[in-house]
Design a protein around this ligand. Structure first.
Ligand code: AMP
Length: 219
């Protein structure tokens, strides 16, 4: 299963629940890259160079890093991909590798969230530099404005969470994602869900969807 959605769409939250509920291995490209970078190998050093430069990791490296994990047989009943594929060559490379292993992408879910909602979610985000706790000015405010409930540290805003940078990140995201959505739509595996709904509502729909795809695949 592939999960698509802009930053701030709630992918991380839903991915974790899906993985637990359906025994799926959750592979987040960001987490995989950070782990790869921490390993002192030639591949890890290549990954580090892209990340430090704030660039996308080249497709060949992305495929090398992700496919070995996707294809590694584990105890999980399937794999849930989050953050990968991000480009068409990555999507094609994934399909080729899965096909060779008698597998396929059964479902690609796009969490649709209007830009205004994303901007509000991201620009209101504040975190504690000491303990890492994340707050939101409106949706999850600390007891005292600007101060961490746990340790009293002054809350900070991530450098890339400002309105201008968020707008830039979103426009780059839309260009890429529309291509991916068209790719999966053509293959009949795309489902679009309203990600602006509350977490529980999105979860109910996702759960129903995955259940039905699983029962079809089992037949
Ligand atoms: P994230 O944690 O998803 O924000 O990812 C952190 C960084 O990893 C991104 O800014 C990209 O540089 C890189 N990255 C994550 N996924 C991919 C991907 N599928 N293709 C290329 N680069 C990626």
């Amino acid at each position: 299963m592939v999960l698509l959605g802009p930053p701030g769409a709630g992918k991380g939250t839903q991915a974790k629940r899906l993985a637990d509920a359906f025994s799926l291995e959750h592979l987040s490209s960001g987490d995989v890259l950070r782990a790869e970078r921490a390993s002192d190998t030639p591949l890890g050093r290549q990954v580090a160079r892209s990340l430090d430069a704030g660039m996308l990791v080249p497709d060949e490296i992305m495929l090398e890093v992700m496919l070995s994990r996707v294809l590694r047989p584990g105890a999980a009943e399937g794999v849930l991909l989050d953050g990968f594929p991000r480009t068409l060559p990555q999507a094609r490379g994934l399909d080729e590798a899965l096909e060779a292993a008698d597998g396929q992408v059964d479902l690609a879910v796009s969490l649709e969230v209007p830009d205004e909602v994303i901007e509000e979610r991201i620009t209101g985000r504040r975190s504690c530099p000491q303990c890492g706790e994340v707050y939101h000015e409106r949706f999850h405010p600390p007891l005292r404005p600007g101060v961490c409930d746990r340790d009293g540290a002054r809350l900070v805003q991530r450098g890339d969470d400002t309105p201008e940078v968020v707008r830039q990140r979103l426009s780059a995201f839309h260009v890429q994602t529309e291509l991916l959505k068209a790719y999966y739509r053509e293959r009949g595996s795309l489902v679009e869900l309203d990600g602006a709904e509350p977490i529980e509502v999105v979860w109910d729909e996702l759960e129903r969807l995955v259940r039905s795809v699983k029962s079809k695949a089992a037949r």
